[in-house]
Design a protein around this ligand. Sequence first.
Ligand SMILES: *Cc1c(COP(=O)(O)O)cnc(C)c1O
Length: 788
Amino acid sequence: MKFEKELWKEKLEEKLLEKFSVTLKDASNFEVYQALGETVISFIARDWYDTKQKYSQEKQVFYLSSEFLMGRALGNNLINLGIEKEIREFLEEIGIDYNKVEDEEEDAALGNGGLGRLAACFMDSLATLNLPGQGYSIRYRNGIFNQFMRDGYQVEKPETWLNYGDVWSIERPEDEVIVTFGNGSVKALPYDMPIIGYDTKNINTLRLWEAHSIVDLNLEVFNQQNYLYATQDKTLAEDISRVLYPNDSTDEGKKLRLKQQYFFVSASLQDIVKKFKKVHGREFEKFSDYVAIQLNDTHPVIGIPELMRILVDIESIKWEDAWEIVKKTFSYTNHTILAEAMEKWWVGLYQEVVPRIFQITEGIHNQLRAELANLYPNDIAKQERMSIINGNMIHMAWLAIYGSHKINGVAELHTEILKNRELKDWYELYPEKFLNKTNGITPRRWLLKSNPQLSNLITDLIGNKWITDLSELKKIEKYIDNEEVLNKILDIKTEKKKELVDYLREVQGVEVNPNSIFDVQVKRLHEYKRQLLNIFQVYDLYNQLKQNPNMDFTPVTYIFGAKAAPGYRIAKGIIRLINDVAQVINSDADVKDKLKVVFIENYRVTVAEKIFPAADISEQISTAGKEASGTGNMKFMLNGALTIGTLDGANVEIAKEAGEENEYIFGMKVEDIDALKHKGYDPRYPYNNTTGLKKVVDALIDGSLSDLGSGIYREIYSSLMEYGDQYFVLEDFENYRKTQRDINRDYKDRITWAKKMLINIANAGKFSSDRTILEYANEIWGIKESKI
Ligand SMILES: *Cc1c(COP(=O)(O)O)cnc(C)c1O
C-alpha cells in the first residue's frame, strides 16, 4: 500500500474527533491506537470486499480450528501493508511514540499454544500467497488466562481483550445463523477479522462466532427456522463463547466444551453451505469442487455428522451421496499421540447435547462396522478397536479418519509414528489417505517484525525475496567465512538480548547480564516437555559451582516461560520449583555473575516476539516420540539460536537441514525408549548411578527446597521414583548435562559459534508456513492462487 501522509493525517484526525472528541495533538496512546486500527480498516475495505467476491467464485479452503492464537494485529498489519516505517516516522513528527501506541493493543489470545499459533501462522500464509481460504472459530470473550506469580506459584486471572472494544473485527449481523442443541437454540453472530497478507492487495478473512440468546433474534431469521424450543436464558446462551478452555494437549470432556465445538462448527457449516448455494444453487454434486474443509485436530470433527445433517435432513440428499460429498470435502490434521489428549465423548452427554447429531454419528458408526465386518470377518478385536462408538465413548479421531479423504501428521517422525503405531489399523485400511505436512511459522511475524535488525542484515546481503520465499535464506551461507558478517550477526544477537534485558527490568524488576548465555525454554508447561529435566540440570550446575568455584565456566542465564493448565497439579508444582530454584540461586552471592534463573511471567505471543530473537540456546528437550512437531523450535532457529534437543518432532528435520554438527542433539531416541521399556526401566538406576543426581532429586523432599507446605514436591518426587518416571527425566539427565557442558565450552569461540548461527538461519527456509500451506493447497485442498 502506498503511504499518503496527508490522507492518513486527515483520516486519523477525523476518526479521533468522531470517536473520542480529541485531535492528534492531544490524543492518548490508546486513542491513537484505535484510530490507526480503524483507518487501516477503512483503507483496506474495498480490497477486502473484492477479495471475498473473487474467492466466492473459486474453490476455497475453510480452516476450522477451536483456537487461533493471533497476538497483536497493528504492527503486523502495518508491516504487511508496507507502511510501518512511514507510520512510525509520521507519528514521531507529531511527538507520538509508535512503540507505546503498539503497546496499547491486547493480544488476541484465543488459543493455548502451538496448535492455535499454527492456525494463526497459516492465516498469514494463505493471505500472503493469495489463496482462497478462510478461518472459522469462536470469539471467546476471555482468551487464555493471564498468569501472575504469588510465592512462586501461578495464579490465573481472566483475560479480557474485548473490554475496550476490538478495532479489528467487523460485526456481520446479516450472516447470523441459529444453532440448535437438544435443549434449545442459540444465535451465532459472526465477527470478521481481516487477514492482511504481505505485499498483496488480497485480504483474507477470519470469521469468529459469538453466541447470543435468540430472544434478541432478528425476526426474519427466527421465522425461517423450524426449531422446537424458542427461548432460552440469555446468559446460558452467552456462556458458550465466554471462555477458552485452558488445557493444552489434554481432553476436557465437559458439556460446555462440546457445546462450544458444535456451536462454531454448525454455524460455520451453515455459513459455508449458504455461500455455496448462493453461487451454485443446489448442485451439491459439485460441493467438493468448491469447498475444502480442514479439521485442525479433532475439536471440529463434529462437522462431519453436521454436514451429513445439513445435506440429508435439510437439503434432502440421499445418505450415500451425502457421505461421498463429506469424504471428498473434509481432511484432518492429527496433532498429538498423547493418550490424555485423545478426544472421546461419553455417549450419554453427546446424545443429550446434540441428539440428532448422535443419531447421525451412530449411522456413520454402523456403516463403518458393516464395512469392517466385511473386511475383517475373523478379527472381531480389530473391528472393536476401530469402532467409532466403543465402550460408551465416541472416538472423534476415528470419526475424523473415516470421514476424511486425507489425514496428516505435522512432522515426518510424527507421521511415521501415526502410520506404524497409533493409527496402524487405519493406515493399513487407507494407505492413500495418509501424508505428512511438517509445520511451519510465518517469517513475517517471527523474523521481519520481531527482529528488524537481523531482517535488515539479511536483506542487505541477499535482497528481500526471502520474505515471501524463505528458501532464499540459503544464499547467506556464502558468507560463512566473512568475519564482518559473522560479527554483525553476533552484534545483533547482543542488541536483541539487551532489549530483552530492558523488558525484564521494566516488567519484572530483574537484572540480567546480556553477556551471559541466554538459554531459553518457553512453551506450555507439560511433563512430556520436560521443564523438570532443565531445572534439575540447573540445580545440579549450582551444586557444582558451589563445590568448585574455580570451574571453567561461561555465565549462563536460564530463562523459562510457561503457563500450566489450571487443573494440572504437577505442572503447577514444576512452575513453583523453577521459581524456588531461581530464588535460591539468584540470592546466593557465591554464584552471582555466573548463574541466573529467570521465569518470565505470562508467556504469550507478544512476549515471544521479544524472546526468540534474544536466545542463544533453544531448549527442545521433550521425551522422544511425544512432541508431534513443535513450532517454537523453528522460531528460535530462524533467529539464530542453536538447538539443544532430543530427536523428536520437527527437531529431527531441523538437525537434518542445518546439520547435526550445528545443533546439540542428545538423549534417547524413540527406538531407545522402546528398547528400555521392553527391558524394564527402573529410575532408581540412574538415580543411584549418576553423580549428583540423587542430591538434586532428594532436594524435593529433604528440606533443601520448599513447596511452602503444599506437598507438590513430594508428588513430583513420587512421579519419578514411585510411578516409573514416565518421561525418562532421570535416564536422560546425564546426557543432557554433558551436552550443556559442551555448549558452555563451545560458546567461548565466538566466531565458530557465529558460523553455527549463520548455518541455522540459512537453513530455516523449510520451516516457513508458506511452504507448509503450499503443500496443503496442492496435495490436500486443490486450491489455486487467486489475486484481485
Ligand atoms: C510458538 C508458540 C508456542 C508453541 O511453542 P512450542 O515450543 O512449539 O510448544 C506456544 N505459545 C506461544 C505464545 C508461541 O508463540
